[in-house]
Structure formats: C-alpha cells, structure tokens
Design a protein around this ligand. Structure first.
Ligand code: NAP
Ligand code: MG
Length: 502
C-alpha cells in the first residue's frame, strides 16, 4: 500500500516511500513491537481516501506495558542518572534531525493529515524543531530557591531551607490530528527537558509522524523506555488517562474529551493539563489598515483549513466597514488554491477525515437552514476527497450553532458591531476563551480591548502570533494550564520544600 501521485504533485522522498511500505510497529521500552493482541488499523490519505499504511492498534494492555517501561526508566537506569546538559544535548539533537529531515516529515504529515507538504515542512516541522531546541536550553536552567524561614514556633533554631524542582514522573501525552508532530513536540520537549518519562498517544487519524519521531529519539540517544509511543483509538487514550501509575496527563483535543480526561484522572488524582477547543473572536475596527486586516483575518479562520483550536471563526467587524470588509474577505478566500497537500501550489487541502467532512458540511447546512447567507462557499469542493469550500457567513444571529459551536473547518461567521457600544460583551459570549484578534491603529483602544477580552492569547494587528517563548492556553472551557514558554516547565515539574535544622 502506498500513496498515489497525481499529476502536478511532487515525488515522494525515498524515506517516506520506505516508511509507508514497511510494516509499522510502535515503541515500548526501546523495542519496536506489535500490539499485544496483534490488531492494526489503517491510516488514510484524506486527499483521495486511499489507505497509506497500517499501524498497530494499542489497547489497555499495550498502554500498561508502555507505562511499566516508562516507570522503570524513570525510577532507575541511565535516564535517572543523566545530567541536565546531557538531556540538553539530546533534545538539541532532536531539533537538528527534524531540521535535516524537514521535507520528509512534511511529506508524511501532508499525506496523513491533508495539509500542504510545503507548509508542513516550513511551519509544523520547523517550529517543532524550534520547540525541541528551546526546551533543550531549559534543561540546564530549572532552578529551586533558598528560602529565609522564620519558624516562629521554633525560636532560637537555625535552618537551611530550599526548594527542589523535580520531574512529575510518568507523563501520558495525548495529541490531536490537526498539528500531529507539532502538538507532540509542545508536550515531549518540556516533559523530557524536566526529566520525565513519557507515553505519547497520537490521534488515530494521524499516527505516522509520531512513529517516525520515535526513530529520531533513538538516533538522538534517548535511553529505552524514556519515550514510548502507542498508536490507537480513543480507548488507548482513555486507558492512559485512567492508569494509576501515570503521574500526569497532558491533552490537546476537544473540550468534550477533555472533560472525560478529568473524570478518568480522578482515580489517582494525576496532574492534568488541557488544551481544548475554541470559538475565537477576531475584532476589526474601522480604523484598521484595511488590506492588512483582510489578509490577517482570512489567515485567522482559514489557516490549516480552519482546523485550528485558535481559529478566529467569529469575526466582529465595525458596522461602518462591515459590507466592504466581509466582501473583501470573501473575495480573498475564494481565490485560495484548493488541492492535495503534495501539490506545491496548494494553499487549502482536504479536511482530515470523513467524520470531520460530515461534521463541517453539517454545520454549513445548519447555517443556511438557520437563515445565514454565504458570501462565498457553503458546500463541498469537487467530488473526491474531503475538500470543503472556504465559507464566509453573514446575516447570522449569535444563537446560531455556526456562531456558538466549534466547527473545525474553513467557516467564519461575520457580525457587525457598533464601536460606541463596545464589542467585548459580544466577543466574550462563548463558553470558550482560547484566543482573540484585534485590528486597529488606535494604541489605547488596542490595549484596552486586549484587557477586556477573555482569552488566553490576544493578537493585535496580526493573528496566529505564536512563539515558543510565549505561554499558550485557554480561559474558560478552553483548557487548564499553559503550554510553551517557561509555563510548560511548571506543568512538568513539581516543587519539593526541604528544611534542614542546622
Ligand atoms: P478528540 O476526540 O478530542 O481527540 C484528541 C485525542 O484524544 C486523540 O488522540 C484521541 O484519540 C484521544 N481520545 C479520544 N477519546 C479519548 C478518551 N476518552 N480519553 C482519552 N483520550 C481520548 O478530538 P477529535 O475527535 O479528533 O476531534 C473532534 C473535535 O475536537 C474537532 O471537531 C474539534 O472541534 C476538536 N479538536 C480540537 C483540537 C484542539 O487543538 N483544540 C484538536 C483536534 C480536535 P483518537 O484520535 O484515537 O480518537
Ligand atoms: Mg475522536
């Protein structure tokens, strides 16, 4: 089984061909193994629905094997003895290998997820490499502190008190399909920098780059059992989040499954961090630079085919420019080149799966049935693969499902606002609070609005303004905790207070 190359598409690299033609296994305790029950599942190219390859289907017993391997590696052996600068060098090496093999990882991500191979190499893989290098630097910079204690109930005593920052232990990392390699890197890099051991569970739709990454960890010198990778369905994720010997679960995905993880973590009260859904507000004031705001607002909801947790899918536009602005956004969106990820001209690829395709086209139908008007788009694109037209809805009411619910497809709902009445109340009318955009030339208005919006990230005169050093996470039902930056080191360490009587 291998990918079909259509005319106009680039040739697959030999490494990618080889990877797809071999029989895939997953990584437990330094061994590439089959699932205990011998089960496998197929992973599909969303551009044409064809099977790419099969991977093992991990079940609870496989998760248990992986947890035991991770526990053994955490409790003793080379990893437990390793110096921070050795972890630093290995993580840096992972970043270097990813950079060297960016095209290969990009092609594999494009085949499995549907996104453009060029964008995957330049954004997903390049950024993942940056994340590994950033946290390589952190490995040697995790510090406790000395504390001047008073100990009022021990008058006359003398003490030496300090804190140690220690790894949490065995971490389960559960990631989604929209940025498979990148989301894995956001969790793996800080967890390993801090000295934890991990079990990575990629999404069933996109297991391939996680398995290729396993080879990179081996090449970089990570000891057996430090990084374990188990492919499977949601039941494998559920087994990981419920396992009594897992100390922490880090999850990115839907708010619905995030709540299940909280329930599952109850048994041993494992630490939980959650990066969940969004329905982010993108606010355009009339004084914004028109062209910049149009291009940025299209990027806000259309990047990665709208399959972004931060997608700016509720576009609030000041009433005086509403018609012109939405028309320009619709025009720009209609010009986007749609095609398979392996075509270098492609800007917008297929959605990841039949399930997502059905979900997104269902929302298109619901929006139209509710009375919304599509300035562009509104239906599927072509008749093969999971392609959907970029869609700009106007004439929407805040009660419509297309305004309230996360669609995770190339769909935006545009609403006018009166600046004299403020926009924050409407923008904050959501169960989510992941990100927001503000477009204006008025500096005070930009900063004041940034304070009013209930969102974990606010981008002014840009959208998707991420950086590895900036904390990222959600207000409200968009999540618990912050990834990236120094905040992620907090997620993967715990503090021990040591007090010595002198
Ligand atoms: P999902 O079900 O939340 O999947 C995310 C990850 O959790 C996957 O690895 C999934 O495995 C795993 N999982 C599923 N059920 C689990 C359980 N009970 N316990 C532990 N882990 C479990 O997301 P999805 O089904 O792929 O997408 C559904 C919707 O979620 C999307 O339409 C979108 O709205 C939202 N979403 C949000 C993000 C984000 O970045 N915030 C990312 C992806 C999706 P399987 O893949 O094997 O089911
Ligand atoms: Mg799912």
């Amino acid at each position: 089984m291998t990918a079909t190359i259509e005319p106009g598409q680039v040739e697959l690299l030999p490494g990618v061909r080889g990877f797809l033609s071999g029989s895939r296994k997953f990584l437990i305790g330094g061994q590439w193994v089959d699932a205990a029950a011998g089960e496998t599942f197929e992973t599909v190219d969303p551009a044409n629905g064809q099977v790419l390859t099969e991977v093992p289907r991990g079940r609870a017993e496989d998760v248990d094997r992986a947890v035991r391997a991770a526990r053994a590696a955490f409790d003793g052996g080379p990893w437990a003895e390793m110096k921070p600068n050795e972890r630093e060098r290995m993580l840096w090496r992972v970043g270097d290998i990813l950079s060297e093999r960016a095209e290969e990882f990009g092609q594999l991500e494009a085949l499995d997820n549907g996104k453009s191979a060029g964008i995957a190499s330049a954004v997903d893989v390049a950024w993942a490499a940056d994340v590994f290098r950033y946290y390589a630097g952190w490995a040697t910079k995790i510090e406790g502190s000395t504390v001047g204690v008073s100990m009022p109930f021990a008058p006359g005593g003398r003490f030496h008190a300090y804190t140690l920052r220690e790894p949490v232990g065995v971490c389960g990392l559960i990631v989604p399909w929209n940025f498979p390699l990148l989301m894995a890197s956001w969790k793996l890099a800080p967890a390993l920098a801090a000295g934890n051991t991990v079990i990575l569970k990629p999404a069933e739709q996109t297991p391939l780059t996680a398995l290729l990454l396993g080879e990179v960890f081996e090449e970089a010198g990570f000891p057996p059992g430090v990084v374990n990778i188990v492919t499977g369905y949601g039941d494998a994720g559920a087994a990981l989040s419920a396992h009594d010997d897992v100390d922490k679960v880090a999850f990115t995905g839907s708010t619905e499954v995030g709540k299940k993880i909280v329930d599952a973590a109850r048994g041993n009260l494992k630490k939980v961090s959650l990066e969940l859904g969004g329905k982010s507000a993108n606010v355009v004031f009339a004084d914004a630079d028109f062209e910049t705001a149009v291009a940025g607002s299209v990027n806000a909801w259309l990047f990665n085919h709208g399959q972004c947790c931060v997608a700016g899918t509720r576009m609030f536009v000041e009433d005086s420019i509403f018609d012109d602005f939405t028309a320009a956004v619709a025009e720009a969106a209609s010009q986007v080149k749609i095609g398979p990820g392996l075509d270098p001209a492609t800007q917008l690829g297929p959605l990841v799966s039949q399930e997502q395709f059905d979900k997104v086209t269902g929302y298109l139908a619901a929006g139209l049935a509710d009375g919304a008007r599509a300035l562009t788009g509104g239906k599927r694109y072509g008749d093969t693969g999971y392609f959907v037209e970029p869609t700009v809805f106007v004439d929407v009411d805040p009660s419509f499902s297309i305004v309230r619910e996360e669609i995770f497809g190339p769909v935006v709902a545009a609403m006018p606002f009166d600046a004299s009445e403020g926009v924050a109340a409407a923008a904050n009318d959501s169960i989510y609070g992941l990100a927001a955009g503000i477009w204006t030339k008025d500096l005070s208005r930009a900063h004041l609005t940034a304070r009013q919006l209930k969102a974990g990230s606010v981008w002014v005169n840009q959208y998707n303004g991420f950086d590895t050093a900036m904390p990222f996470g959600g207000y409200k039902q968009s999540g618990w905790g912050r990834e990236l930056g120094s905040a992620a080191i907090d997620l993967y360490t715990q503090t021990k207070a040591v007090n010595v009587a002198l």
